[in-house]
Ligand binder design. Structure first.
Ligand code: SAM
Length: 306
């Protein structure tokens, strides 16, 4: 396979000016660079507009995150902006053609190289040009199943690229080629089939970017969540203390912090045992109190079912 020649901006076709930023980094991004750059390639860039909202949109506005959405059809040159063709070997559906994907990914690589050449300040930043290969996430039901551990791993990287497939998926040759230039991660968001990779990319982008320091106002809220330490979250309540005849558990009104912490831990264990026993099996650091609580729930449950 021949070495690729990432396009420089002057090579870039006029219609492939490339990025349709959902939003661009603000002034502070120019000063220190974003903590993470995310590029998304899709034939439906409008799908990603939802990322402008809420905490992720604010992180982009603050310049902590840069987010660029590229239209794959900008990297085609025929009258119909064709991105798909029939599969070799026959079969139903269409397959996304290799060349538009290669051009789009080369365009992203070229943008990264020019950012790296911008001078000493950008080289020192923790931004997209911090070195190494960017990570290419290819959403696919045939990929590794995405989870909180993978979100944490991705949150520590500086440049993520999402390649949103449609139809039956993308020609394997361009995925193999991309593996030479990117850290390639085919990633599934669960054992079901969607129509395209946009929703899957949004799921992963949201799960990852909320872990970037500063994106969420109160970092403590990240440590007390489902999946953070392998357990599901405890049930939560807010005012009023009595709602339509239903009381908040009394212990939560007691002010006894140690007792509340134990109650919450027990509820997490109980809920996880009920809903996701597979998660419990993976935990090897349960305390004596945890194991005693689990035994208690087990015997309560078997009494109820007898
Ligand atoms: N022919 C593919 C297969 O059987 O594995 C399914 C293609 S699917 C109809 C079209 C696109 O939706 C995929 O290329 C991928 O981008 C996305 N997709 C579908 N299900 C997904 C899932 N569970 N996780 C991540 N992406 C998914």
């Amino acid at each position: 396979m021949s070495e690729p020649s990432p396009m420089t901006d002057s090579d870039t076709p006029a219609e492939a000016t490339g990025s349709d930023p959902v939003t661009q980094g603000g002034a502070s991004a120019e000063a220190v660079g974003p903590q993470m750059s995310i590029d998304v390639v899709s034939i439906f860039p409008e799908y990603l507009a939802g990322l402008q909202l809420s905490l992720i949109g604010k992180a982009v506005d603050r310049g902590q995150l840069s987010l660029d959405v590229h239209d794959l059809r900008d990297f085609t040159f025929d009258r119909h902006n064709t991105v798909d063709d029939s599969p070799y070997g026959g079969g139903a559906g269409m397959v996304m053609k290799a060349e538009p994907w290669a051009l789009a990914l080369e365009h992203i690589l070229a943008g990264r190289s020019s950012a790296e050449g911008e001078g000493p300040e950008s080289a020192q930043s923790a931004g997209p040009a911090a070195g190494g290969k960017p990570t290419l996430i290819v959403p696919s039901p045939a990929g590794q199943v995405f989870d909180q551990r993978i979100a944490e791993d991705l949150a520590a990287r500086d440049h993520l690229v999402f390649a949103c497939g449609r139809y039956e998926g993308i020609d394997q040759r361009v995925i193999d080629w991309a593996g030479e230039h990117f850290d390639l991660l085919p990633m599934s968001i669960g054992d079901y089939v969607l129509n395209g990779g946009e929703v899957a990319s949004m799921v992963m982008i949201e799960a990852v970017s909320r872990l970037i320091p500063g994106v969420i106002g109160n970092p403590k809220s990240l440590t007390e969540e489902s999946h953070e330490d392998g357990l599901l979250e405890y049930p939560i309540y807010t005012k009023p203390a009595n709602w339509r005849g239903r009381d908040v558990p009394e212990i939560l009104l007691s002010g006894n912090h140690a007792a509340i912490a134990r109650w919450r831990r027990d509820r997490r264990l109980e809920r996880t045992a009920e809903v996701r026993p597979d998660l419990l099996e993976r935990l090897d650091d349960l305390s004596k109190d945890d194991l005693a609580a689990l035994q208690r729930f087990e015997s309560e449950r078997s009494t109820v079912t007898e």
